[in-house]
Design a protein around this ligand. Structure first.
Ligand SMILES: *[C@@H]1O[C@H](CO)[C@@H](O)[C@H](O)[C@H]1NC(C)=O
Length: 256
């Protein structure tokens, strides 16, 4: 009888122990790979929902996902995703537009993280894990050292060669005009028709409203805007619309 009770007690303890092991996240016996997988899944779904514009207006990347976002934004996958987006633009261009050759066919590009990359800056400043410090970011922009994004670079020249006018619409401040132009020229961009930057009065507007207003100005002047390439939803949404929009990935920051 006593032996039976001891046996039951031992088994009970073992069962409680096993059950405990199952829900104690800090227990090293618990499957470590599974834990890493679920964090990876969580961060990847955070990232994809940013791209889908389901997650909006975030100030910082969730702390537990900073490493994941950094890994993605500096990976060959990011490069392949940008390449694919640009290939889709080329496909669209091959059949979309019956260009009139009257100088009114137009295309719009964003500047940051579309034509040139801010990744070198964010590598040194928390990679989205810290709230963007605009004075330090602008100081970096003044150095005109942002590298070109290769796939967009080729597309830019392709579109220019097709005879479209290129308009650059950026949320950078007007005060950054000269370093921005220098930067673009240094890495090989030239021949755009106009660079729109945010004047003092535009800073009170949301980026989406400001960029929509620029499109309205262009359309009022008779331009047909065949498409936009940008990394922010605020560059693509709003009225009047371009005929098509193409989004490049960016889960480091959100411009609203
Ligand atoms: C932003 O960066 C500047 C340096 O460019 C620094 O002096 C300032 O303290 C920073 N602000 C915050 C809130 O971190």
């Amino acid at each position: 009888m006593a032996r039976k009770i001891v046996l039951i007690l031992v088994l009970t303890c073992l069962c409680i122990g096993l059950a405990a092991a199952d829900w104690n996240i800090l227990n090293p016996i618990w499957n470590i790979n599974e834990r890493q997988d679920s964090l990876k899944n969580y961060c990847e779904s955070w990232r994809i929902n940013v791209e889908l514009n389901n997650i909006r207006e975030f100030d910082v990347v969730p702390q537990e996902c900073v490493a994941h976002i950094k890994k993605y934004m500096t990976s060959s996958q990011y490069d392949a995703d940008c390449q694919r987006a640009i290939e889709e633009v080329t496909l669209y261009l091959s059949r979309c537009c019956s260009l009139k050759g009257d100088g009114k066919d137009a295309w719009i590009f964003d500047v940051d993280d579309t034509l040139i990359s801010t990744i070198p800056y964010f590598k040194k400043h928390g990679f989205g894990g810290e709230k963007v410090n605009s004075s330090s970011l602008e100081a970096w922009m003044e150095e005109s050292k942002a590298p070109a994004l290769d796939h967009t670079f080729k597309l830019f020249h392709d579109i220019k060669d097709r005879g479209m006018k290129i308009f650059l619409v950026s949320s950078r401040k007007e005060t950054l005009r000269s370093p921005t132009v220098d930067n673009l020229i240094n890495v090989g961009y030239h021949g755009w028709s106009r660079l729109f930057l945010r004047g003092f009065e535009d800073e009170y507007m949301h980026v989406e409203q400001y960029k929509s207003q620029v499109r309205k100005t262009l359309m009022d002047q008779g331009y047909r805007i065949w498409g936009i390439v940008g990394d922010q939803w605020s560059s693509l949404k709003g009225l009047p619309e371009a005929k098509r929009t193409f989004k490049l990935p960016n889960s480091i920051y959100y411009m609203s």
